[in-house]
Design a binder for this molecule. Structure first.
Ligand SMILES: Nc1ncnc2c1ncn2[C@@H]1O[C@H](COP(=O)(O)OP(=O)(O)OP(=O)(O)O)[C@@H](O)[C@H]1O
Ligand SMILES: [Mg+2]
Length: 105
């Protein structure tokens, strides 16, 4: 099952995503959370802490800037650049939309 959370600024996307991910993981399902927000702070809500969240963001920034090699596959991305969060959630911060149109997608 794939679940995407979208919405206007401040509408609760991050909070909802974290609660869903942690609840699903606690039920025993393999759970991968991908943060592709332009302001990615899902790591905070998932409980990995501020420093580790910042580190994941810097990895994404380095890939976007061409300073870090882009992983060849999605599996490689999750293995090499993801982190284990509480409750068994695996989290990766992935590329944001570079030039989004204004308004809610
Ligand atoms: N169901 C809820 N009831 C009350 N407050 C909530 C609820 N969900 C989220 N909030 C609060 O609303 C605020 C915004 O939530 P959140 O950061 O999850 O939104 P967001 O859509 O991810 O925001 P952004 O667009 O800035 O990324 C936070 O202070 C959060 O604690
Ligand atoms: Mg958010």
């Amino acid at each position: 099952m794939k679940i995407a959370i979208v919405g206007k600024g401040g509408s609760g996307k991050t909070t909802t995503s974290a609660i869903l991910a942690r609840t699903i993981a606690r039920s025993g399902r393999t759970t991968l959370a991908l943060d592709c927000d332009s302001n990615p702070n899902l790591g905070i809500s998932l409980g990995i802490g501020e420093l580790e969240t910042e580190r994941l963001i810097s990895v994404r920034d380095a890939v976007d800037a061409g300073e870090e090699q882009h992983p060849a596959t999605a599996d490689e991305l999750v293995t090499n650049f993801g982190v284990d969060a509480p409750d068994g959630v695996r989290l990766a911060v992935v590329t944001a939309i570079q030039n989004p149109e204004p308004g809610c997608p």
